[in-house]
Design a protein around this ligand. Structure first.
Ligand code: SF4
Length: 407
C-alpha cells in the first residue's frame, strides 16, 4: 500500500468571489466553525478504526492538505487542533508535506507563526492578480500589496515552501498586466506557482455579467509566454498549471495525477481509496448533523473498473510533464499501448507531444489543447489540431474535482 494523502476540506470563506462556483460558505459564525471542527475530528476518529494507528489496515500518511474555501478563516487555533487530532489518530511519515491554503487578508505574521508552530510546512496563497481593477472584477477582498505582505510574512514566519495562485484571462486584463504580475511574483520568496486560466462558471455573478474575456489566441500567448518566463526564473513546469523550484512540486496534488490513494474529510471532500471513489455530502450543516447523529456522510461511492483506471492513467498522466509510460500502461492494465502510441505520434508531428524512451508527454503547446488530445486518445473527442485553432486553457476546474482542486 503506497503512502496515503489526506485532504481536509474547509468550506468557509471571508466573502464570496464573483467567479467562484466552489462549495464554500461566506461569513460563517464561530459556532458553526466550532461544530464543523468537532465533526471533522469525529470523522477522523471513525476512519482511524480501519486505517489509523493501531488498526489492522494502518497506513502511513505522507501528505496532508487543508483546502477550501479559505482554511485560514478558521484561525490557527482550530487548524492546529485539527492537525493535532490527525496526528494522534494516524501514522504520519517523518517528513510529511502539510499544506494550508490561505488568502491575503486572512493571515498576519502572528497567525502564520502559529500555523508554522502547529506543524504546517507549506502554504498556498491565492494571489490571482496584483492590479486593483482586476481584483475588483474578481470580487477579491484583498489588494496586491496584501498579497505581497502575505508571502513575505509567510517566509518570515518560517515557511520555506510557499506557493502562489495566479490567474490569466481575467476580463479587462492586458498582456502587460499579466506579465507585470508574473514578473513581480517571481521576485518573491516563492517555491511554487500555480497558473490558471479563468473560466466563466455558470451560475456565478461574473458569468451573469457576461463580460468580454481576452481572446483565445491572446490567452494562449499569455500561457506560452508564462511557461517561458517561469522556466527562465527557475520554475520547472511539472503539470499543465503547476511550476516549482527543484524539489518543491506539490507532493499532495501529484498524487491525484499519478493515481495514488487519498482520503478526504469534510463536506464535499472526495476520496480515492481501496479501489473506490467516494464523496462526502456537500452541505456543511448536513455534514455536522450527520456526524453528530452517527449517520453515514458518504453521498456517492463507486468502484473503479480497470478499464476506467486505464483511461484515468492516460488522462491524468498527460497533465504532467512526466507523462505516461507505455511499459507501465501495459504492466498495470494488461493492455496494448499501440493505438495510443499511433495517435501520440500524430500529435508529435504537430509539435503537441514528445517521446523519451518508453514515455510520452505533451509539450506546452499540447497542454493548451490537452482536452482535445486526451479526448482523441480515449476515443471521446475530435482529432488533435493546431493549438491556435481552438485554444483551451489550463483551468482551475480541470483535474480531480471542483472542491478538491489542483491548486
Ligand atoms: S475563489 Fe477561493 S476565496 Fe474566493 S470564494 Fe472561492 S474558495 Fe473562497
Amino acid at each position: 500500500m503506497p503512502n496515503l494523502g489526506v485532504y481536509i476540506h474547509i468550506p468557509f470563506c471571508a466573502s464570496k468571489c464573483l467567479y467562484c462556483d466552489f462549495y464554500s460558505l461566506p461569513d460563517a459564525s464561530d459556532k458553526l466553525m466550532d461544530s464543523y471542527v468537532k465533526a471533522l475530528i469525529r470523522h477522523m476518529d471513525e476512519a482511524s478504526h480501519y486505517m489509523g494507528k493501531g488498526s489492522k489496515g494502518g497506513v502511513a500518511l505522507d501528505t496532508v492538505y487543508f483546502g477550501g474555501g479559505t482554511p485560514t478563516v478558521l484561525g490557527p487555533a482550530r487548524l492546529g487542533e485539527l492537525l493535532s487530532a490527525l496526528r494522534k489518530r494516524f501514522n504520519l511519515v517523518t517528513s510529511p508535506e502539510i499544506t494550508v491554503e490561505a488568502n491575503p487578508g486572512t493571515v498576519t505574521l502572528k497567525t502564520l507563526k502559529k500555523l508554522r508552530k502547529a506543524g504546517f510546512n507549506r502554504i498556498s496563497i491565492g494571489v490571482q492578480a496584483l492590479q486593483s481593477n482586476l481584483l475588483q472584477t474578481l470580487g477579491r477582498t484583498h489588494t496586491g500589496e496584501q498579497a505581497a505582505d502575505a508571502v513575505r510574512d509567510a517566509a518570515e514566519a518560517g515557511f520555506l515552501n510557499i506557493s502562489a495562485d495566479i490567474l490569466y484571462g481575467i476580463p479587462g486584463q492586458t498582456r502587460a498586466q499579466f506579465s507585470e504580475t508574473l514578473r513581480a511574483v517571481c521576485t518573491w520568496r516563492l517555491t511554487h506557482i500555480s497558473l490558471y486560466g479563468l473560466k466563466l462558471e455558470e451560475g456565478t455573478p461574473l458569468a451573469a455579467a457576461d463580460p468580454v474575456l481576452p481572446g483565445d489566441d491572446e490567452q494562449a500567448d499569455c500561457y506560452l509566454a508564462a511557461v517561458d518566463l517561469l522556466r527562465q526564473e527557475g520554475f520547472q513546469q511539472y503539470e499543465i498549471s503547476n511550476f516549482a523550484k527543484r524539489g518543491y512540486l506539490c507532493r499532495h496534488n501529484y498524487k491525484y495525477w499519478t493515481l495514488e490513494p487519498y482520503v478526504g474529510f469534510g463536506a464535499a471532500a472526495h476520496s480515492d481509496f481501496g479501489s473506490k471513489r467516494y464523496s462526502i455530502v456537500k452541505d456543511i450543516r448536513a455534514y455536522v448533523s450527520k456526524m453528530q447523529e452517527g449517520e453515514a456522510v458518504i453521498e456517492e461511492s463507486q468502484a473503479i473498473p480497470m478499464s476506467e483506471r486505464a483511461g484515468e492513467y492516460v488522462m491524468l498522466g498527460l497533465r504532467t510533464a512526466n507523462g505516461v509510460s507505455s511499459n507501465e500502461y501495459t504492466r498495470l492494465f494488461r493492455a496494448s499501448f499501440d493505438s495510443l502510441e499511433n495517435k501520440l505520434e500524430r500529435c508529435a508531428k504537430w509539435g503537441l507531444a514528445e517521446t523519451e524512451g518508453d514515455r510520452w508527454h505533451l509539450t506546452p503547446k499540447g497542454f493548451l489543447v490537452s482536452n482535445q488530445i486526451i479526448g482523441e486518445l480515449l476515443n471521446t473527442g475530435d482529432n488533435p489540431q493546431s493549438p491556435k485553432k481552438d485554444a483551451e486553457k489550463p483551468s482551475r476546474s480541470d483535474g480531480a474535482s471542483s472542491e478538491q482542486r489542483i491548486d
